[in-house]
Design a protein around this ligand. Sequence first.
Ligand SMILES: CC(=O)N[C@H]1[C@@H](OP(=O)(O)OP(=O)(O)OC[C@H]2O[C@@H](n3ccc(=O)[nH]c3=O)[C@H](O)[C@@H]2O)O[C@H](CO)[C@@H](O)[C@@H]1O[C@H](C)C(=O)N[C@@H](C)C(=O)N[C@H](CCC(=O)O)C(=O)O
Ligand SMILES: Nc1ncnc2c1ncn2[C@@H]1O[C@H](COP(=O)(O)OP(=O)(O)OP(=O)(O)O)[C@@H](O)[C@H]1O
Length: 498
Amino acid sequence: MKKHDLLVSSSVSDENLEVTHISYNSKEDQTNGVFFCKGNNFKAEYLDQAIKNGAKFYVSEKEYSQDIDRLIVKNASKALSLLSAEFYGNPQNDLFIIAFTGTKGKTTTSYFLYDILKRAYPKQVGLFSTVDRIIGPKPEDEFKSDLTTPESMDLFHDMRKCVDNGFKYLVMEVSSQAYKKNRVYGLQFDIGGFLNITPDHIGPNEHPTYADYLNCKKQLMINSKVNIINRQTNDYDTVYAAAKQTSDDKDIYRFAKDEVADTDFSIRNKESNLNDSVFTYTAESDKAEDLQDHSEYTYRLGLVGDFNELNAGAAITAAKILGVKNEVIADSLKSAFVPGRMEHINTNSHGTIFVDYAHNYASMKALLSFLKREYPASKVKVVVGSPGDKGVSRRAGFAKVLTELADEAILTTDDPGFEDPADICKQIDDQIDHTKVKVKTVLDREKAISEMIKSSSNDDIVVLAAKGNDPYQKTKGVDVPYASDPVVAKKILKDIGD
Ligand SMILES: CC(=O)N[C@H]1[C@@H](OP(=O)(O)OP(=O)(O)OC[C@H]2O[C@@H](n3ccc(=O)[nH]c3=O)[C@H](O)[C@@H]2O)O[C@H](CO)[C@@H](O)[C@@H]1O[C@H](C)C(=O)N[C@@H](C)C(=O)N[C@H](CCC(=O)O)C(=O)O
Ligand SMILES: Nc1ncnc2c1ncn2[C@@H]1O[C@H](COP(=O)(O)OP(=O)(O)OP(=O)(O)O)[C@@H](O)[C@H]1O
């Protein structure tokens, strides 16, 4: 605490207290435990409850109780991160950690790299993603994530499990919120990848301004030994300067699509269809040549979307830094699968269905532009909804992108929260130019999907957007089970004998 200038005061009467438990949730058993008082909504009664549940010590920015020993610190979430790392025996030192940040593509890139590394180093790779956390080789070591980047205590707990389960590598996503809330405070990454940044996550509960969002995101570069940067990201100069603060040029690799000067690797598309895309990855600098055992290599990526070639670029570069052979990378990428991200379902007579997590203007535009450009003769038909209680600007964004690029759309329910889904759909609908796109609203999501699939013919492309493979509808504070878009689509096809 002193080294990080966090200590305000300490009151320790029992120097021999053997701490067997740490917690930030007062409802848990706290026997011989240290309890952390942190968070915007913390209340003094949580500490009282923790003490009743056995806490022997607390860490806090304020002195709440003099009944037990305590450490008063300047910043409780930073203290939580540092002390959690210590409590779990600094598992980060036994893992090679590769982290990705970006407004879009974190999950996709993390899955690409996880699959590549798993082939190269079986039973040695963990994954902390928005979708799943994989902390060991057994089925019970794989579970759904609640946050993109877990709270620091949970992060170090799960890293410890990874190490105890024999893992040597960890691929993880780092959100801007992780830096804002100090979830990765004090952690140095072996490789940090910066994918892109566009205005998003700006609002009262996330980042007050774009400048704050960028500042949080660039922290990954400052805290990584080796950096991988998309040469075409917005604010490239700021991101590169952040990497340079702590890394030499030789440890900063840039990748770009098509003809861009001053990059280390270039991606050039050779062909694409509805199932995969083929692209070359070319070393453009001496240090890239040194990394790549061919100056150019051709990959086939089993996940379409030109943006996915960029995500693959980041994953390929990380794999190369780790010394993985091109053939292993190629084998993995050709069968790439990321739950709910550009999952495609081929039908016999109802066109091609894509399930994709695109859930704001920028990602829907990237997705629909790609489909329009590659398949100009096909109609693009979208089923989409927008969530309640957050991201209100997405509604206007969906209206704009549907007007610009869709042929037909059905507006439906997606995590309405405490709002009325009909109101949300109406807000989208009111901003659509109905002379450009045919739109209707069907609130029952399964019925909306069913209607769109049944009314589509073989040349059509059906996009089930924004929900990915979420198995719930967040409604009035409850996660109401929902089969997920891919499961619903496949069931409908089965029912109609396609
Ligand atoms: C605004 C925000 O970032 N909140 C996060 C933060 O909450 P917090 O530390 O402020 O805690 P709090 O909710 O105010 O609660 C106060 C404390 O009282 C404790 N408590 C509470 C009740 C009780 O009875 N007893 C008790 O001890 C709680 O355990 C907590 O420690 O720390 C919590 C974990 O300890 C997170 O769950 C929570 O994330 C919220 C729910 C969230 O969803 N955040 C989103 C915006 C987020 O972080 N998203 C990013 C992805 C964004 C992207 O795509 O880029 C992510 O990384 O997931
Ligand atoms: N590099 C990219 N650029 C633009 N759009 C992308 C990119 N990669 C993925 N997308 C789109 O964004 C959606 C979400 O992708 P992914 O889950 O990989 O990103 P993420 O950064 O983890 O997102 P989130 O923070 O919203 O969870 C995809 O379904 C796709 O439509």
